[in-house]
Structure formats: C-alpha cells, structure tokens
Design a protein around this ligand. Structure first.
Ligand code: PA5
Length: 424
C-alpha cells in the first residue's frame, strides 16, 4: 500500500548501516520498553481498541448526521488535526456531504470565533468537544461559548443530546462537566497521546460523521501493523524513512519539507508537522518540519527550494489515484494555446509536473528527495499512512535519544500567558 524510495536522496548502504540500532529500538517499541513507554498504546491499538465503544461511535455519528446542518469539532493540536486531515484527504474539499464540519477551539482569534458563532445562529447544530487534559484554554474558551449557545437554542435537556465529549476516562474538568451534564462521552486512552490519537474516538467520531468508513480506516491501521512487523530495513519502509531522515540530517539537512500535489492533503501535512515537530523538537535537537503543496507552492516556496539555502530535503508523498479526474477539453479557436493538452487527464498533467519538479530540485537544485508513494486517498490508505508515520516518528526520535511522547516546551508559553491573563 505504501512504497518508500530513498534513491533520490542517499545510498541504501547509508540506511542499512543503522540496522543493528534499528533492531534494538524496534524491540523497545513493540515490547513497549522504550522511553515514554506509558504512551505506546497506539502500537497495537488496532487489536486492543474497545469494540463496544467503536459501535457507539458509529451510532453517535448516525445521530449527528441525521440531526444537524453543522457539526462543530472543538479541540486543538492532536485533538483536531488528525480528523481534519482525514476528512479533507478522503472526501476532498468540496464534497457534497452533510453535515458541514467546522473546527473550533483551536484559536484565540476573536474574528474567527465571532464569525463561527454568527454563522451557526440559525442552523441545527451538534458539538463534539475533545480534550484529553480537559483544561486546554483555547478549547475550554470556545466550548463555554458553544455550551451557552446550545442551551439557549435548545434548552438544557436537548442540548445534552447534541453535545458529545471525548476526554480522559476519569480525570479533568471536561470529564467532570460531561458526567454532570449527562453528555454522551468517549474515552481517550491513558496510553495514547494527542498526536497519536486520530485512530481513537478523538478522530473516529468526526471522521464517521463525515460519512467515512472507520472500519476501513482501522483495517488500514491493522495492515500497516502487519506490514511493519519486521525491522529489516529492506522490508520496513517506515523504518527506512526514519533512518533516511537521520542520514540526511547528518549531512546538514536541518529542515524537512513535506510535499504533496493535492490541495486536499494540505491538512495531512499539518497533521504530519504536529506529529514530527512536537515529538522530535526537544533537547535542542530535531529536523524542522515544514510543508508545501505543489504545484501551488511552486509559485512561492518553489524558488527557495530550487535556489535558496541548501538546508532542506523534501519528503514527497504521492497518491497514485486521485479521488476524481478531469479530461482537458479541446478548443476550436485555441486562443490560449493550450490545445497541446487536449484529451489529457489533469491528473496526468499533475504527475508530469511532479516528475519535472523532482528532476529540477534533485539534479539542478541539489535538494535530496525521499519518495513515499500511496495507492489512493481512501480511508484504508489514511489509516495505513497514519500508522506508517507513527512508527517512523517513534523510530526516528529514539535514534536521537528523544522521548517522542512528551511536549515539555509547550508549557512555557502557557505559563507566561496565564500570568498575563491573571490565572491562579
Ligand atoms: O499531541 C498532543 O498531546 C497535543 O498537541 C495535544 O493534543 C493538544 O495540546 C491538545 O490537548 P488536549 O487534548 O489535552 O486539549
């Protein structure tokens, strides 16, 4: 389902030189003995997840789909990025699907918050508030506004039927509030951190509301688990990718640009950036994750990649099959001179742009490219891709002696902000 090709970036021998270390670290991942091992629940989640809760997710998704025009997903970081990435990648950006899904609780932007509140005024609404800690300020702020809106619009009794809370099983203010108010709740497992939680109800409820098969998604996770069971770097593309990142970093490449050629995968890049940035960027170490969507960004960042500082490598994620295709029409007058493309598929044109760019960046620009090829943009491929990156991320961080599962740096801004806000 996924192919990895490092031949545009480094030699296979450079990757294979790390086999012994990879074998040892693989053991720490699958036996859950590595650093931060109390957050390795995602490793075999495909078989350990609560099957009853999984059915409850589907039932709630059905209820939500039947009862609202707008579904608000209220969460930040790992509590929203995975769901948004999946929905956009699998459905596309303009899929004619109901309900409309809007993400909130991920910003202090008053303009955004005020405009969403106005937009939902006369609509039928359901809300899913998602927070593992239950105390994240952006999310709590938006949820207070939404809770008051829902109770005013529907009354307390009906509001509680339309509010769904995904949080810790016993701790935190959101858990206490959800239990007191009688919301339907879903559990974020103790041993799965936010950025690894898209395969739990955190991601699964919004994804199911978007009409996507969560059975297929979990089947992709399971397939990836099985395919990545062998640490042999000639057979394990996730680990080969993890090692290639370290090889390129060793050659002074301190930034990694995640590149796709489809606008509906821009949020996938945002999810990937969070996964790698928050997992790896600590102790003064790590490769800076950044992203671009080509060919759109060839008309902006493309200049830097081609001719700028040689600090980066690209990780090119290619989807073999698009969701939809368009045949470019012929035109009798041909005033735009575009008839040379008449009868061609636009996806073929996109792939030619990709090939030309790869050649330009690699051979003229001297920018190494790692290639990850994915069959299609299905739910199964999304599940597979997530698990592929989870494994790669854990391995690449362990190779740097970093705990991939904490985020101590995030607390610094919060401390300063709370002081300024007068929070006790
Ligand atoms: O990956 C992480 O752990 C973080 O990005 C969290 O998901 C994010 O900070 C939101 O936290 P919470 O779900 O506790 O509100």
């Amino acid at each position: 389902m996924i192919k990895f090709d490092a031949s545009h970036a480094c030699k296979m021998e450079e990757i294979l030189a790390h086999q012994d270390r990879v074998n040892a670290l693989h053991k720490e991942i699958v036996e859950k003995t590595g650093t931060g091992n109390d957050f390795l629940g995602w490793v075999d989640w495909y078989k350990n997840y609560d099957k009853e809760e999984f059915e409850k997710v589907k039932e709630s998704a059905k209820y939500i789909r039947e009862n609202c025009d707008v579904f608000l997903v209220c969460g930040i970081g790992g509590s929203y990025l995975g769901a948004r990435a999946a929905i956009e990648m699998i459905n596309g950006l303009y899929a004619d699907k109901k309900p409309e899904i809007i993400f909130v609780g991920n910003t202090f932007s008053s303009t955004y918050i005020a405009q969403v509140m106005k937009y939902i005024e006369n609509k039928e609404v359901c809300v899913n508030v998602i927070s593992k800690s239950g105390t994240t300020t952006e999310t709590a702020l938006a949820f207070r506004l939404l809770k008051q809106f829902m109770e005013k619009k529907y009354g307390k009794d009906e509001a509680k039927n339309r509010i769904f809370a995904t949080t810790d099983k016993s701790r935190g203010t959101l858990r206490a509030m959800a239990d007191k108010e009688g919301y339907t709740t879903f559990v974020i497992p103790d041993d799965i951190g936010g950025r690894y939680s898209v395969i739990t109800p955190v991601g699964l409820l919004p994804i199911a509301v978007a009409g996507i098969s969560i059975d297929d998604l979990m089947a992709g996770v399971e397939e990836a688990y099985n395919d990545l069971a062998d640490p042999d770097l000639t057979k394990n593309p996730a680990y080969a990718y993890a090692v290639a990142r370290r090889v390129l970093e060793g050659k002074g490449k301190n930034a990694e640009m995640f590149v796709t050629y489809d606008l509906n995968t821009t949020m996938l890049a945002e999810w990937w950036k969070q996964l790698f940035g928050e997992s790896e960027g600590k102790d003064g170490k790590g490769v800076l994750p950044c992203s671009a969507t080509f060919s759109t960004d060839l008309h902006s960042l493309g200049q830097f990649v081609q001719d700028g500082t040689k600090c980066l490598f690209e990780t090119l994620v290619l989807f073999e099959k698009p969701i939809e295709d368009v045949i470019f029409p012929s035109d009798e007058e041909n005033m735009d001179g575009m008839n040379y493309l008449a009868g061609k598929n636009v996806d073929w044109i996109n792939k030619m742009a990709m090939q030309g760019t790869l050649d330009a960046h690699e051979n003229t620009g001297g920018v190494p490219n790692l290639l990850i090829t994915v069959d299609d943009m299905s739910a199964k491929s999304f599940g597979y891709l997530c698990y592929f990156f989870f494994r790669a991320c854990a391995m690449t961080c362990y190779m740097l002696d970093i705990n991939p599962f904490n985020q101590p740096g995030v607390e610094v801004y919060k401390k300063n902000m709370f002081k300024l806000l007068g929070k006790n």
